[in-house]
Ligand binder design. Structure first.
Ligand code: ADP
Length: 614
């Protein structure tokens, strides 16, 4: 087994992008929680000031102790200074504690803000985006990047702090031995290149492993979630799936080890470079001291400053490296947010009409992004307001695809779908969706209350108990829903306390109720009754006209006998409409419909086929 690994090369993003990405990060955190950001930075600065103050006041205290000792012993003389130092230490403790808590909230607020932006984009893009692996990869990476902006802000504050401390030492060194300064900065340069390469390596690792991570996440859900649990057990799949999960994790770990080894090699080279520079500097100082050209005190001070500066440069460059690495993720995240709505966004802006007289499907073709051939080829049909139209055909003939196009979940690749002459591609999709109630075979089963499961058909009425109950009554679901422990407030999932599951047929009635409650002129039912028993199905289909009086219904089925009462029946085969007409016309034409209707009726009733056709 193997999973296709997208070998996106790490884009060669120069460190020059860092200021822009840093600004993006600060903007993100600022947008999420401006006040908290300010408080957090102020607390960090206070912390720094506090540390400096401890040193200054501590030194004064020690001097006073030394002085006091000589003149008049006793703690009283130094008590105020002692109290000051203790006070500062206590203040630092409090500032640190407060800083930690503020940062926690700031971090989570930023993550929440970042997540919300992802949700907004994910909810807005065209459904076809979900058909492309690249969208899923980018979505996963964006979701994983939610803590990166705050990491960058931390990094910036930390880097500014360490650059400030470097400044002090540089000034000191410049007064003693100026040549040491450029030497160390030269040594810092390969170090900087090193951390940039290391950051790219880590980002590249995540880029390469995104698809693997998704596949792994999927297997994990298969092994831990409720819905697949029954098949996993019944078919004894746990071992096989676990082995796949392990193999993918091995792949992840192998790649991670390779990446960490690469990073370590980079670190070794740059550390050796820095050490050589430090060694050279020290050797130079010692040579100067030994030849008597530099006083001992100056040599010692310069050597100490050199060592401290070396360590600070290392820390700072590592800080910048972390910043750069986090920046690559932030950039990935921000470009996803910026480009996804354009790549996968819709264009229609015209308000959708409240109703229609006629829907015209004209020469529509459609190919799924992940398919080789078209699912629909030059399909044309017409739906008049108030009609019950049926779409029949074998599995895979394109019925669901046509339903998805009619409900404006996809746009046709060629041809048009028009509402009274207006191309639906020009209409605002959200508004158009409000005019259509569609129930697919694989309708959603929400782990929420029965009321919500029905009310979601018209979310503005989700709290309207009587509307929900009326819809349930229409769909024949009221009898068992009102019997539930908490009635309509029962969660339809045993994963929650007091929750209950329903049978497949009962779920289907809930889905039908969801379509009933939506006050839409067009109802699309894609095999809504497949799990109902034949009598219930028959009842429902007989009632459809009266249930949806005044509305237009598109009924999809692969059972021919269920749609015979429709006003017009379209027969799909391999993505094309091969026949259409009402039941009598199609039977008289003696084509595919007549043949399959007769065949199915015979299989169902067990009677001879020519009997059944009558
Ligand atoms: P039906 O509803 O008549 O059973 P569908 O409309 O679901 O048929 O499918 C029509 C064709 O499109 C089939 O060949 C199916 O394999 C293909 N198909 C359906 N969904 C997708 C998809 N998301 N990606 C690629 N191909 C698809």
């Amino acid at each position: 087994m193997s999973v296709m690994v997208t070998c996106d090369e790490v884009p060669n993003k120069s460190i020059r992008l860092l200021p822009r990405i840093t600004a993006d990060s600060v903007r993100l955190v600022w947008a999420a929680a401006p006040r908290l950001l300010i408080v957090s930075i102020v607390l960090k600065l206070l912390n720094g000031v506090g540390l400096a103050a401890t040193l200054v006041f501590g030194r004064d205290l020690i001097s006073s102790v030394l002085a006091a000792d000589a003149v008049k012993p006793g703690i009283g003389a130094v008590a105020p200074q002692l109290a000051t130092v203790v006070g500062i230490v206590a203040a630092i403790g409090l500032i640190t504690a407060a800083g930690r808590e503020v940062r926690e909230i700031l971090s989570e607020t930023t993550a929440r803000h970042a997540k919300q932006a992802i949700i907004d984009v994910a909810a807005k893009v065209e459904l076809s985006a979900y058909e492309t692996p690249n969208f899923h990869d980018r979505l996963l990476r964006a979701s994983a990047a939610e803590h990166r902006p705050i990491q960058m802000v931390d990094g910036v504050v930390g880097t500014i702090g360490s650059i400030a401390s470097i400044g002090g030492i540089v000034v000191a060194l410049l007064t003693i031995q100026p040549w040491l300064v450029p030497l160390l900065f030269l040594a810092g340069l390969p170090l900087l290149i090193g951390v940039v390469k290391a950051g790219q390596a880590m980002f590249g690792f995540h880029l390469r492993m995104t698809t693997v991570a998704r596949a792994r996440g999927y297997l994990y859900r298969l092994l831990t979630a409720k819905d697949p649990a029954k098949e996993v057990r019944a078919f004894g799949l746990a071992g096989y799936l676990t082995a796949r999960h392990t193999a993918l994790y091995d792949q992840h770990m192998a790649e991670l080890r390779k990446t960490t080894r690469k990073r370590f090699r980079i670190a070794v080279i740059s550390t050796i470079g820095l050490s050589l520079a430090l060694g050279g500097g020290l050797a130079g100082l010692l040579a100067l001291a030994l030849s008597g050209r530099l006083a001992l005190a100056e040599t010692a001070t310069a050597a100490a400053a050199l060592l401290i500066l070396g360590e600070r440069i290392l820390t700072t460059v590592n800080n910048i490296g972390d910043l750069y690495e986090a920046g690559l993720f932030v950039e990935d995240y921000t470009t996803f947010l910026a480009t996804a709505p354009h790549q996968h966004g819709h264009t229609g802006t015209w308000p959708a009409p409240a109703k229609f007289d006629r829907i015209t499907v004209d020469n529509v073709s459609f190919t799924y992004p992940a398919a080789n051939g078209p699912a629909l080829r030059e399909v044309s049909l017409e739906i008049q307001a108030g009609q019950v139209i049926a779409l029949v055909g074998e599995n895979g003939s394109g019925k669901t695809t046509l339903a998805k196009l009619l409900s404006r979940l996809y746009l046709p690749a060629a041809g048009t779908i028009r509402w009274d002459g207006t191309d639906t591609a020009d209409l605002d999709p959200d508004e158009l969706h409000r005019r259509i109630a569609v129930i697919f075979q694989d309708f959603a089963r929400y782990d929420l209350t029965a009321r919500e499961n029905i009310g979601f058909g018209a979310v503005e009425h989700v709290d309207d108990q009587s509307a929900v109950q009326a819809a349930a009554r229409h769909a024949g679901a009221d009898s068992y829903l009102s019997e539930l422990p908490k009635g309509y407030e029962t969660i339809l999932s045993p994963e929650y306390d007091g929750g209950r599951d329903l049978s497949v047929g009962q779920w289907q009635r809930v889905a039908l109720a969801r379509a009933f409650i939506r006050d839409a002129p067009l109802i699309i039912l894609d095999e809504p009754t497949a799990a109902l028993d034949p009598r219930a199905e028959h009842d429902l289909f007989r009632r459809i006209r009266s249930l949806y009086k005044g509305r237009t219904v598109l009924l999809i089925s692969h059972r021919y006998n269920t749609v015979r009462d429709a006003d017009h029946i379209y027969v799909l085969d391999e993505g094309q409409i091969v026949e259409h007409g009402d039941h009598d016309e199609l039977m008289a034409a003696n084509g595919v419909y007549a043949e399959l209707f007769t065949l199915q009726a015979a299989a169902y009733t067990g009677r001879r086929s020519d009997d059944a056709a009558r």
